[in-house]
Design a protein around this ligand. Structure first.
Ligand SMILES: [Ca+2]
Ligand SMILES: [Ca+2]
Length: 626
């Protein structure tokens, strides 16, 4: 985003400050008007009328037809998508011209029930030929960075092989190769016994590294192409700098290597030779016959974006749709390395380190410059990156009654603006959502719900289950003064966080950072009816321990009421003396009868079957005694 555009974001936010208020329910159309009903079906025809008998074929065509109807809207317009698969080869854009008007909404819905109309951001790979040892090979005409067999994510061919399909380890550890290179972020020194010596002769330019940079710090992961390897001094040269250097006083960094043909030795692993345009895969089922191998076509399926904060997309509903498959990126790092690195002037240039880089600000659904967008009863799965990404200026976005599963990075991420430059993202409601298996490709900093620089939101009746790091996090920066901070008046209630912190440390399943940084701390954020299950990391994890609730630097001004935390390797609750806690199970006199267990998590009318937890949880580190 250029500087001029950013200033206009800030200006618009000031104008709406007085009008913006607590989250509101989406208004239904008056009952005395009859919605306009339009139809789309996989077997339809875009030259047809769009009636139930003669449906259109594509969502894009329906959108373009609706555009001509919205000016004179007298009631809602409902676009009914019949059951079936809708391949998405190009991101479907909705802009301000697609908004509902005159107090009415435009609704795109799965007509035959939740999850039945499926937008697929992938295409089948065909033309497989046997290669050797159960591996098959196919020519492809595009690049992608994740792959699926029968709706299950494949693993990029890696070394060492992963422990199981739901774990990220085991890892190798980097070392301090040369004392003066401790701070270097593009050379990773390896133990000679860890890296195949055969690599010296035929280094594969397609190779990548996935690394918890920072030595013992297990906070962020980088995925970086490897430019080369030096077997005399035993280091890799990375094509981009990692977020942190690779060694600290306590440990090297954990890493594994991927995307090299010689690492393809397990069922479910694939290798992509980008230069040759060839993909190699060893099917889990043994044979490539009768299995569907799907490769992503897009990173974003729905892009709901007004062209500026003054021209917002609004009053749009997406209901009951399934969105399956989206792509990851060739290179991922969380944020810029140093403050000011974005190249733009900011009141808090240090926030450059907190915000995703522009190239990584997208979701399977991206929403920006919006108001009153309603995403309900969605089933989002098998994403390459974050599922729902609310970027910059958004008001009153609602995500509800939705199942998010097998997610590349965060489940729902809200990215407000830079601190001190406009309160542009607020009033969102995320309720009755089940979010599980997050951070599959970006375990570092993954969260089920991640709120950055945003306020007046509600997160409720939510389950987050299975992730390397956070369940729910709320963040700004510790440097931010109260008048520049927008992370106030958030409400978190009826939330269950399970199987989190599985591969990271110095964390809490419920986490906050830089929210209230100056005394006196007013109680402006509220957490109640929260159950955190066990938070036990992989045994390889070298960082300090896990917590149920971690109120990190600036994690102040919160009320906690009726909170229960399971086993952890550090404290159940870590905080400065700046929050109010009432009835929590780390305090004397905890009264479990005040817990409303029956209301915690998703409600009885959740529209999808509740996914079954793993049959056996296998704690691999020793829990603390408490
Ligand atoms: Ca392997
Ligand atoms: Ca994140």
């Amino acid at each position: 985003m250029n500087r001029l555009k950013y200033l206009s974001v800030a200006a618009a936010a000031v104008l709406t400050l007085s009008g913006a208020a607590v989250p509101t329910q989406v208004q239904a159309a008056p009952s005395d008007c009859k919605p306009v009903e339009l139809w789309v079906a996989p077997g339809g025809d875009d030259r047809a009328k769009g009636s139930q008998d003669r449906p259109w074929k594509t969502v894009e065509h329906a959108r373009d037809e609706v555009r001509r109807l919205t000016k004179n809207m007298r009631c809602d317009i409902v676009v009914n998508l019949k059951a079936g698969d809708y391949p998405v080869e190009k991101t479907i854009d909705f802009g301000e011209q697609d908004s509902g008007a005159n107090g009415h909404r435009v609704i795109y819905r799965s007509a035959d029930g939740p999850g039945k109309a499926r937008l697929l951001g992938a295409k089948q790979i065909t033309g497989w030929q046997p290669y050797k040892d159960g591996v098959y090979k196919a020519k492809v005409d595009r690049r992608f960075y994740t792959l699926f067999e029968e709706g299950v994510r494949a693993t990029t061919a890696r070394y060492p092989n992963r422990k199981s399909e739901t774990e990220w380890g085991p890892y190798l550890f980097s070392i301090l190769g040369e004392p003066e290179k401790e701070a270097v972020r593009q050379w990773l020194y390896f133990k000679p016994e860890d890296v195949p010596a055969a690599w010296d002769a035929d280094f594969d330019k397609n190779a990548q590294i996935v690394v918890w940079s920072g030595g013992s710090w297990s906070w962020f992961t980088d995925t970086v192409p490897i430019g080369g390897a030096d077997f005399r001094k035993n280091f890799f040269t990375l094509n981009h700098w990692a977020r942190y250097a690779f060694v600290n006083s306590r440990s090297g960094s954990r890493y594994f290597l991927q995307n090299t043909l010689r690492f393809l030795d397990q069922p479910g692993e694939y290798y992509f030779d980008f230069a040759a345009g060839e993909v190699y895969y060893r099917p889990r089922s043994g044979s490539i016959d009768n299995v569907k191998i799907m490769a992503p076509t897009v990173r974003t399926i729905l892009n709901i974006a007004g062209s500026s904060p003054e021209a917002r997309v609004q009053n749009l509903t997406f209901e009951g749709l399934a969105l399956q498959y989206s792509d990851f990126v060739e290179w991922y790092r969380s944020g810029w390395i140093s403050e000011g690195d974005s190249g733009y002037e900011h009141k808090y240039p240090v926030y450059d380190r907190q915000i995703e880089m522009p190239r990584n600000r997208f979701g399977t659904i991206t929403v920006t410059n919006s108001r009153d967008i309603d995403l309900r009863k969605l089933h989002i799965s098998d994403t390459g990156y974050t599922a729902v990404y609310l970027l910059f200026a958004n008001e009153r976005v609602r995500v509800s009654d939705s199942l998010l599963e097998n997610i590349g990075n965060d489940g729902i991420k809200v990215e407000g603006g830079y601190p001190g430059e406009g309160d542009i993202s607020h009033g969102h409601v995320f309720t009755n959502n089940y979010i599980h298996h997050i951070g599959e490709l970006v375990p570092g900093d993954s969260a089920g719900v991640e709120l950055m620089s945003t306020g007046r939101n509600e997160v409720s009746h939510t389950v987050v289950r299975h992730g390397a790091r956070y369940g729910v996090s709320l963040e700004s920066r510790p440097e931010v003064k109260p008048e520049d901070n927008y992370t106030y008046d958030n409400v978190f209630k009826y939330i269950r966080l399970e199987e989190l912190g599985l591969d990271s440390g110095d964390m809490g399943a419920f986490y906050t950072y830089g929210v209230s940084n100056f005394e006196p701390h007013q109680m402006r954020n509220h957490v109640s009816q929260l159950v955190v299950g066990d938070v036990i990391p992989d045994a390889s994890m070298p960082d300090s321990g896990t917590r149920g609730v971690h109120m990190d630097a600036g994690g102040c001004g919160f009320t906690f009421e009726n909170i229960e935390v399971g086993k952890v390797t550090d404290d159940k609750y870590q905080s400065y003396q700046c929050n109010q806690v009432t009835n929590a199970n780390w305090l004397q006199g905890f009264d479990p009868s005040k817990m409303e267990y029956d209301k915690i998590g998703v409600t009885a009318d959740f529209p999808y079957p509740i996914p079954a937890p793993a049959p056996t949880a296998t704690p691999t580190a020793t829990p603390s005694a408490d």
